[in-house]
Ligand binder design. Sequence first.
Ligand code: 5GP
Ligand code: ZN
Length: 120
Amino acid sequence: MKFKDDCIFCKIANKRIPAEIIEETDGFIVIKDMNPVAPIHLLIISKSHYDSVLDVGCKGGADKSGGRELFGILGSLADKFNVADKGFRTVINTKEDGGQTVNHLHIHFMAGRGFGWPPG
Ligand code: 5GP
Ligand code: ZN
């Protein structure tokens, strides 16, 4: 478990800052995005600090169960928000070209409208 003192998502995921918790597992917490771009816009945030998804894959810090846990969360959210039939969009923005603005691993879960392809 890595905790970075100046990281807002470390504070949220470890409950140093109060937030409405949609779902929680050993490794992740799910909250609403404060600036939603879809009727349902959630953030799946790792409890441990990783600068980006690259930190998980390349630096050996990952708990191997994390991926399985994450896929489980997606299914659970789809059921909870009743979007398993219509579907949803998941996004992991990574670094500058990916449009990442918060440097702590998080996965966007967006639903409730159609999304175009390719993304802008
Ligand atoms: P990124 O661009 O890094 O993939 O996404 C960061 C997301 O986090 C943005 O959609 C932004 O609205 C959201 N966000 C940033 N700070 C906070 C916060 O303090 N609370 C919540 N709920 N969302 C945040
Ligand atoms: Zn962090």
